[in-house]
Design a protein around this ligand. Structure first.
Ligand code: 3HC
Length: 707
């Protein structure tokens, strides 16, 4: 703890500088708004001060309200007495000086100032919708007055961060300060320049930009239509639209009240709680128990990838995209050429879509060097093996890497399921070996599952987690088991969806339930996209290893028929040439009916709830086993994997957060019924039983046998 107050006033002759100091991001925690008000009053009362600056210490201006305080009781603040209300009424000019981030309540306070200047590298935005609420500090009323309702709608409904240059064009800020200049000095000079300006520019009293809404009254309905699919099941984006709409219909003070009412409707919804949970869960996932700041982290300045297939190429792109030079190895020139061509094509598609500039594509490509000999990988700081999913070839690769890689190189396998300890046993340095499981497409998906083997050293683990963050991933650590955390918790879902077909459900019926729940695509359509032959391989391996493995004859038959999914024009669905739209296929319906009869399974109809719960409870039960074994460090890690690896709707928080809404006891009771009906695969996890008995939530339970 330091003695520095949360907010202080510095006097620079005739300019008062209000400085917020609440590390790490100057969130508006209790005491900060009060501190701003106190300093403002002090500045107003001091005749020597002619104008003021509002600025943040440390790495950011103000990143918004303190999210940890939402959903907790707060003393009511009388209307007109919040910091933005009072900044707005200041009789002396105030300049907000922004560096780092001005987000949410941060930008709202800045908009209540008379002027805003920002460093070129700064970003501003109203991202409240991303945590299930709306800007509740006047943002929905001030931003439309500042930049017009249409642009405000775009920013508030998307929650995106706007770079300073765009903020200047939009009119959110008045000037840019170059990064090599001193922001505080620039702001003091600006404040001095405007000290005598009267009347003071005040966003709340502007109406000029609102006129635009009169000529385009349909913009709000158009926005509702535009977001209908993406925002299904959610309330916050719609309340954001209503609040901006109110800014065009009501006087400022009434608009503020409407904003408050709409905010209050949102703060405690399951959607908002889930999104807050996801925000903190993502940050928590970075923390592996036992690894603290004292564990050294190896610098990763160069990388290597073994295997130039789809995964290997995507992994190489992930490094190149974040400025890290990478070598990519294949056994034959032909495979290497094919791999490099795929990488070029992927980048070219981004250029065509406008998400990547041509010269940036060239820079990224130049960082990827194709090679054919292991010696050429030797000096890389990290190497990721990304060949096909079979143990012996992987061990052979690791033996070769062991022979050439420099001491201390991270030796990583992209396996999605195989035993890391066995892979590591092919080397004389198992302490340097860990799993680094990327998700497909690896350059797009933000998840990295970092797997700790029995001999993986703490600094290998810490360095691999840090490497993931460096290349824009959310690293989630876990222990070693078949399928690790992600695929193992997902596997029962994958089985159950096919088992339900044996009982008479149809792929399109199950897909619809999951899309309605919030998945971007149904699981059968996803299977067709990924390729059904891949899953068939995994099933064979598991069936060979485990005599009790529950076979999936319908899925196997489909693959035997040559229906591998989109790539063969048919899988669970049929596809028209050149079109990815899945069409229900009578051939599949017939196959399902025939096999149901052949297998002698009693047919029945399914409710939507039954489909949803059969799929998700099977995975919750498995997740409990993973937690009990201590493979997962916390239940929110499972959720972060499901959000970023499997398309689980973020506003539902993740598998375990969702299950917590139903309650461990209800989940356990249902699973017990299915255990009786369907046999062993539904045997409830003892961990789940303990939570059900003790009334502990998944979120609060401690992993491990003690539950
Ligand atoms: N409240 C509480 N804690 C916050 C926070 C916030 N608004 N923003 C960041 N933090 C915490 C993080 O949890 C993290 O804590 P940890 O170190 O204990 O894990 C720490 O600050 C650093 O954050 P990041 O690791 O995320 O740092 P980055 O530099 O990667 O990102 C950031 C910085 C872009 C500001 C990012 O933290 C972020 O997006 N924060 C949330 C911003 C936001 O949503 N603001 C709106 C809040 S709602 C609001 O203002 C309501 C108002 O309208 C009434």
């Amino acid at each position: 703890m330091t003695d520095t107050p949360l907010v202080r006033l510095e006097r620079h002759s005739d300019v008062g500088v209000i400085i917020v100091n609440n590390p790490p991001v100057n969130a508006l925690s209790p005491g900060v708004p009060e501190g701003i008000i106190a300093c403002l009053n002090e500045g107003l009362a001091d005749p020597a001060i002619k104008s003021m600056v509002l600025i943040g210490d440390g790495r950011s201006f103000i990143a918004g309200a303190d999210i940890r305080n939402f959903g907790k009781p707060r003393p009511p603040v009388p209307p007109g007495s919040r910091s933005h209300d009072l900044l707005d009424l200041s009789t002396k000019p105030i300049v907000a000086a922004i560096h780092g981030y001005a987000l949410g309540g941060g930008l709202e306070n800045a908009m209540a100032c008379n002027y805003r200047i920002a460093k070129r590298s700064a970003k501003v935005g109203l991202p409240e919708v991303l945590i299930g609420i709306l800007p509740g500090g006047g943002g929905t009323q001030r931003l439309p007055r500042l930049i017009g309702p249409k642009a405000a709608l775009d920013l508030i409904v998307s929650g995106r961060h706007v770079p300073a240059a765009e903020a200047l064009t939009l009119g959110i800020i008045d000037a840019i300060v170059e990064d090599d200049q001193d922001l505080k000095q620039a702001a003091i000079a600006y404040a001095r320049k405007v000290a005598d300006t009267r009347p003071l520019p005040q966003v709340s009293s502007r109406t000029d930009k609102l006129e635009a809404a009169k000529s385009d009254p349909g913009m709000f309905d158009a926005k509702r239509r535009e977001i209908a699919r993406r925002a299904r099941n959610q309330k916050a984006p719609y309340n954001c639209i209503l609040a901006v709409e109110a800014s065009t219909q009501l006087p400022f003070a009434e608009g503020l009240q409407r904003e408050r009412d709409l905010f209050n409707e949102l703060e405690n919804t399951t959607e908002a709680r889930a999104l807050r949970y996801a925000f903190f869960g993502e940050r928590e996932a970075n923390k592996v128990p036992g690894l603290d700041a004292s564990v050294p982290v190896r610098e990763i300045a160069s990388a290597a990838v073994v295997g130039a297939g789809t995964m290997g190429g995507g992994i190489a792109m992930s490094f190149a995209d974040f400025g890290i030079p990478v070598r990519i190895l294949e056994a034959t020139q032909e495979a290497l050429d094919r791999g490099m061509q795929r990488i070029r094509d992927n980048y070219a598609t981004s250029v065509k879509r406008g998400s990547l500039a041509q010269d940036e594509m060239e820079r990224r490509l130049a960082r990827i060097t194709p090679v054919m000999s292991y010696d050429q990988l030797a000096d890389a700081d990290a190497v990721v093996e990304a060949i096909f999913e079979q143990m012996e070839p992987k061990k052979a690769v690791f033996a070769k890497l062991d022979a050439v890689m420099k001491p201390g190189a991270l030796m990583l396998s992209n396996t999605s399921a195989l035993n890391i300890d066995e892979i590591a046993s092919a080397t004389n340095r198992p302490q340097d070996v860990a799993g680094a499981h990327f998700f497909s497409p690896a350059n797009v998906m933000k998840l990295l599952e970092v797997v700790k083997g029995a001999k993986t050293s703490p600094d290998t683990m810490a360095s691999t987690m840090a490497m993931g963050r460096k290349i824009g991933k959310i690293s989630v650590g876990c222990g070693n088991c078949d399928g690790f955390l992600a695929n193992r918790s997902r596997a029962p879902f994958n089985s159950e969806m096919v088992i339900m077909l044996e009982e008479g459900a149809l792929p399109e019926q199950i897909d619809k339930v999951m899309v309605d729940f919030g998945y971007p695509m149904g699981p059968f359509a996803v299977g067709d996209l990924a390729g059904l032959d891949i899953g068939a391989e995994g099933r064979k391996r598991r069936a060979a290893a485990d005599p009790n493995y529950r076979k999936l004859p319908i899925a196997d038959r489909l693959v035997e028929m040559g229906r591998f999914g989109q790539k063969t024009g048919a899988g669970w669905y049929r596809y028209e040439k050149g079109d990815r739209t899945p069409h229900p296929d009578p051939v599949v319906a017939q196959l399902i009916a025939d096999m149901g009869r052949e297998l002698g399974v009693a047919q029945h109809s399914f409710t939507e709830e039954e489909i949803l719960r059969r799929l998700l409870f099977s995975s919750v039960n498995e997740a409990c086993k993973i937690l009990e074994e201590g493979i997962a460090y916390r239940s929110s890690d499972i959720d972060i994997m499901w959000l970023h690896g499997f398309g689980f709707p973020r506003y539902r928080g993740g598998l375990m957060f969702w299950a917590d809404q139903i309650g461990p006891k209800a989940v356990y009771d249902q699973i017990s019924v299915w255990h009786q009906r369907y046999g062993n695969r539904w045997a409830p996890s003892p961990y789940l039983r303990r939570l059900a008995e003790s009334g502990t939530s998944f979120r609060d339970a401690k992993p491990g046998r003690a539950g």
